[in-house]
Write a protein that binds this ligand. Structure first.
Ligand code: FAD
Length: 442
């Protein structure tokens, strides 16, 4: 990339966890980068409300491989950022809390897809029967409650007549203490290699000439030039693609989906905040994890009975927790955890997933030369920020040097595990992947 007259070598639209990581990865390869975000600070978009769960139980080989590689970025965070003496970020670095994940096992459950992939990739796991799960986690009722239902369904409170098969335990999984801080860490790392950030600044147009991107125009009216522009706009990804005139040019589209995460106190009998684990419970249709202060975060696994609220305008949607979804998620957890108190006061966050047609992300170039996308993260790519950004930087470097990625999809070796990430799986022009769970499980 030798474009001496451009303002930057690359402009990244968005400074969420993936956008900031793309800035860092390009910067460490010697590119002069600018991240532009319309919000006032890094990680204030959907990253800020993320549950930041780091797990590797996806439905496809490439999904699991990428997440396993992605884990190692969190394990080696300070080293990855180049924070050799603890002074990189005045706010400190995040903690990775390695609490482990329990994937609930029921007949024909998600584990039937996941276990062969864990085995193939050599990812440590334990296959626990119901008695072993009960011995480790006496706080759970292991009756089969599913398939998931709404609380107003007559069968919601039915007494279980059989028991779950058990659970798949992956001890290496966990969550990041503060997703916004992790993004700030990445910002500081990017700045340390020369990257710049502009906040409270909206990109309003993507400029192009002769089939090639030339830069962006900002809400201030200013135009900045760069030979490479990367769309990492999260739930606004389709809006930015539209600005670039790319609507309808990709086989896989993205849409914004409203998602609620609820916060409740641990049951009085068990300090879930410090002793709990992350659980993927397809039987009742929720995922949950411990949170500091003796709390539990509860999200939905998007079961079929839950209405999906697609959002046409990601700048305007209802950010209040609804009674209906609060009751659905909290009462589902109360079925699994009978001692859970169900508070009257509704606490939690509401934000948007940037969902692709098959709930698998798009990490790719586009039909507009120089314009790249890291989008469609489908509520499940926080964990992959580091590896996704590494792949994007390798892709951009190769394509800008003349590689025909559409004809010969790039395979990127993982920095930590050496696993090969086949970027063809994340192509904008792939067929919809029938192996996907078509949910947050990817
Ligand atoms: C409630 C919730 C829970 C989640 N839980 C998990 C989880 O446990 N584990 C997991 O792995 N993933 C999870 N995810 C998904 C994960 O958070 C996202 O995949 C990830 O944060 C996406 O990062 P990003 O940088 O692509 O997007 P974002 O963080 O959304 O950043 C995009 C940025 O682009 C900016 N932007 C948009 N348009 C413009 C414009 N025109 N000009 C300038 N700036 C613009 C926005 O202001 C925003 O800051 C969750 C998501 C949500 C919403």
């Amino acid at each position: 990339m030798n474009h001496a007259r451009s303002d930057y070598d690359a402009i990244v639209i968005g400074a969420g966890v993936i956008g900031a990581a793309v800035g860092f990865e390009l910067g460490r390869r010697g590119r002069r980068t600018l991240n532009v975000d319309k919000l006032p600070a890094a990680g204030y978009g959907s990253t800020g409300t993320s549950c930041a769960i780091i797990r590797f139980r996806y439905s496809t080989y490439d999904g699991v491989a990428m997440a396993w590689e992605g884990l190692h970025y969190w394990l080696h965070w300070a080293d990855y950022l180049g924070d050799t003496d603890g002074t990189l970020d005045e706010s400190g670095l995040i903690d990775f809390i390695q609490c482990g994940t329990l994937l609930i096992k029921k007949a024909d459950g998600h584990h039937t897809k996941v276990v062969p992939l864990l085995e193939r990739l050599g990812i440590p796991f334990e296959d626990l029967d119901a008695d072993q799960v009960r011995a480790r986690f006496p706080v759970f009722d292991l009756g089969v409650m599913g398939p998931p239902k709404r609380p107003d369904d007559d069968g919601f409170w039915a007494e279980p007549t059989e028991e779950l098969l058990g659970g798949i335990w992956t001890p290496d999984a966990g969550y990041v203490s503060d997703p916004q801080l992790s993004t700030h860490n990445l910002q500081r790392a990017a700045e340390a290699v020369g990257g710049e950030f502009r906040f409270s600044t909206e990109v309003t147009a993507v400029e192009q000439a002769g089939g090639r991107v030339t830069g962006v125009t900002l809400g201030t009216g200013e135009t900045l030039t760069a030979p490479v522009v990367v769309n990492v706009a999260g739930p606004h990804s389709f809006v930015v693609n539209r600005m670039a005139g790319l609507e309808g040019t990709m086989n896989i589209g993205t849409r914004a989906l409203r998602h609620e995460v609820h916060h409740v106190a641990s049951p009085p009998t068990f300090d879930y905040g410090t002793q709990g684990v992350h659980v993927q419970d397809g039987d009742v249709g929720v995922y949950f994890r411990p949170e500091a202060g003796n709390n539990i975060l509860i999200g939905s696994e998007d079961p079929e009975c839950d209405p999906r609220e697609w959002i046409d305008d990601p700048d305007h949607y209802d950010r209040d927790i609804t009674r209906a979804q609060w009751e659905a998620q909290v009462l589902r957890l109360a079925r699994r955890m009978p001692d859970l108190g169900v508070p009257n006061e509704r606490r939690g966050v509401v934000d948007l997933y940037d969902v692709s047609d098959d709930w698998i992300p798009i990490y790719d170039r586009t039909d507009l030369d120089g314009f790249y996308v890291a989008i469609g993260t489908s509520g499940n790519q926080y964990k992959n920020a580091g590896v996704a950004a590494h792949c994007m930087a390798e892709l951009i470097t190769a394509v800008e040097a003349g590689h025909d990625h559409d004809a010969r999809p790039l395979k990127v070796p993982g920095r930590y595990t050496g696993l090969e990430i086949d970027l063809g799986s994340f192509s904008r022009n792939r067929e919809i992947n029938p192996d996907s769970s078509f949910s947050v499980n990817g």
